[in-house]
Design a protein around this ligand. Structure first.
Ligand SMILES: [Ca+2]
Ligand SMILES: [Ca+2]
Length: 263
């Protein structure tokens, strides 16, 4: 299904720039404009310098990567081919990558910026990168593969991580001092990641409290529930136990105020 869509898209693109037909030898086709599949990690902190891998298609002759926000510096450190894990398709997750160094000012900005890749063939659509300002982005710290290795999160917290290999799990720990309604949201597929997240909340004793695979219209996971004080463990994994270099995610853990709950 996806292959058909891509063929149609490339035909439309070729038509738009006046090159037809689609069945001419590939060598005579014009270079295709760059496209971004995903960013890893998909979030960076204000006031920090962060390495980010930008993965996609037609990136090898990138002249520049620019940010749509003032004061942000983006340096391209490296171009390279990107490994495509066995069960995935290059047309879905990209086969080239750029290693970027992103320098963000210490402004109290919060939100997302767009990164645009420019080559001789054109510009990519902006790829969305989260910026944490008041709330710095915390990168996952491996090993975090078991309850014993759970990585402590404060609330609220933005986390970036990756299910880096098949059957990998990332375990986080919440320590609540009072009853709170907590929202836990994975954003991955929405950002182009190959991850089909499965999010499970466990009690300190290891019992499943609640689990989320897909929220409506997305493969990404979402939990929101009232929690008692104490220790809670949050596990992110792939619903099909798959992982690899194209499986980044963003996790947002926030406390929901009473006024928000009423909405
Ligand atoms: Ca991981
Ligand atoms: Ca899912």
């Amino acid at each position: 299904m996806m292959r058909v869509k891509l063929l149609l898209l490339s035909t439309l693109l070729a038509a738009a720039v006046g090159f037809m037909p689609a069945d001419e030898p590939a060598a005579e086709s014009p270079p295709l404009p760059p496209r971004v599949a995903m960013l890893n990690p998909p979030g960076v902190s204000a006031g920090a310098t962060t390495r980010v891998m930008l993965r996609g298609w037609n990136l090898n002759d990138a002249k520049a990567v620019t940010a749509d926000r003032e004061g942000v510096m983006v340096n391209v450190l490296k171009h390279e081919s990107a490994a495509v894990p066995g069960r995935q398709k290059a047309e879905e997750i990209g086969d080239q990558q750029l290693e970027l160094e992103i320098v963000l000012p210490d402004d109290p900005v919060f939100g997302e910026l767009g990164l645009v890749v420019e080559t001789a063939a054109g510009k990519s659509a902006p790829a969305r990168l989260l910026i944490g300002a008041k709330q710095p982005v915390q990168a996952e710290a491996e090993p975090n593969d078991s309850f014993a290795q759970a990585q402590l999160l404060s609330v609220p917290q933005l986390v970036t991580g990756e299910i880096h290999a098949d059957a990998n799990v990332d375990v986080y720990r919440l320590e609540l001092s009072e009853p709170q309604t907590i929202r836990m949201q994975v954003i991955a597929a929405e950002l182009g990641s190959g991850l089909d997240s499965l999010l499970t909340l466990y009690s300190a004793a290891g019992n499943v409290i609640q689990q989320s695979d897909d929220r409506s219209g997305s493969r990404d996971s979402f939990l929101q529930l009232s929690l008692a004080p104490g220790t809670h463990l949050l596990v992110i994994q792939d619903a099909h136990d798959r992982g690899g270099p194209a499986h980044p995610y963003r996790l947002e853990v926030t406390a929901v105020e009473a006024a928000d709950q009423a909405r």
